[in-house]
Design a protein. Structure first.
Length: 315
């Protein structure tokens, strides 16, 4: 696609993994074969966010890399099935696709994981420069912090459309340190916000202090996920707390990615949407994800609307 005018789409730049997991049926016997369940699913923060956005009807392009191995074939097909466009992605010949393998105990808690995501290092400034025109014709460019700090620094210097960032983890959050003044929207959790701001986030009040530090660094909109305590939303005009929805938790994986997608969808569909409503939409989406057995729920706009209709404002 050759973008020659302002187009109505979102670009997500980040990782796409094949996740492989094993869960024994009984207490683990070390250094032995354990009877249990083995599964595979398409994952990666960038892909998960892109998939949620696509489910919400947002035209979404995933700028990523994947190998020419069997997993790469599965990843490409999954994107096609989920209406994620890979026109600007690149299949790397002779490379392994990004893969994450983990083993849990009999209760589902992880015992050990192996991360084979080296291919993500190929999302370089040179890779991105060939796609800059396309990125700068999007409505929003969303960055997954799994890509390198060098790549994120380059994006901060060259992208002219609103930059949204998901900090992903404590180890990856510093990748945004040099571009805070370029970020339109940043969504860290409490630990990641603590690291970036230098303020220990222990509750809603300290989250507000951390958010103010990030705003002073130049971030325009800050959404700090506080887990069971909801989300702290802040811009230069106000700092508000949005409580979580009543939720019957089935699966804790994927709520953060779904919430990030919902924040992006909220702004994509209405650039002037209020801070409070955006936070409520994020909490509604996270609640839907928590109630789903899938890491990426089959979320719809109608489901978000239904959640919003049950909202009792507690703030």
């Amino acid at each position: 696609m050759n973008a020659t005018h302002k187009d109505n789409y979102v670009v997500v730049i980040g990782g796409m993994n094949m996740d492989i997991f094993g869960m024994p049926s009984h207490k683990v016997i070390p250094r032995d074969s354990n009877i249990g369940t083995v599964g595979m699913s398409v994952g990666g923060v960038g892909q998960n966010i892109a998939q949620n956005l696509a489910h919400l009807g947002t035209p979404t392009y995933l700028l990523t890399v994947y190998g020419d191995d069997y997993n790469g074939t599965l990843l490409k097909q999954a994107c096609h099935d989920n209406h994620i466009m890979l026109d600007q992605a690149e299949q790397m010949i002779g490379s392994r696709s990004s893969t994450y393998m983990y083993i849990t105990d009999e209760t589902g808690d992880m015992l050990v994981g192996v991360n084979d995501m080296g291919i993500c290092d190929k999302i370089t400034p040179e890779f991105l420069s060939r796609r800059l025109d396309f990125i700068n014709h999007a409505s929003i460019c969303l960055i997954d912090a799994n890509i390198s700090q060098e790549a994120i620094d380059w994006l901060g210097d060259h992208v002219t459309v609103p930059l949204f960032g998901d900090t992903v983890s404590v180890s990856n959050a510093p990748h945004f340190q040099n571009v805070l003044n370029k970020m339109d929207t940043l969504k860290p959790n409490a630990l990641e916000a603590s690291l970036l701001s230098g303020i220990e986030v222990k509750d809603v009040e300290t989250a507000g202090v951390a958010a103010r530090v990030l705003l002073d660094e130049g971030v325009k909109h800050v959404y700090i996920s506080l887990g069971a305590d909801g989300i702290l939303c802040a811009d230069q005009h106000e700092i508000i707390h949005v409580s979580p929805f009543k939720t019957s938790i089935v699966n804790a994986n994927g709520a953060g990615d779904c919430g990030m997608a919902a924040i992006t969808w909220g702004r994509f569909t209405d650039p002037h949407r209020s801070l409070r409503q955006t936070g409520q939409i994020a909490q509604a989406a996270s609640s839907i994800a928590l109630e789903s057995a899938k890491s990426v729920p089959d979320i719809t706009v109608e489901q978000i609307q239904a959640k919003m209709e049950t909202l009792t404002i507690l703030n």
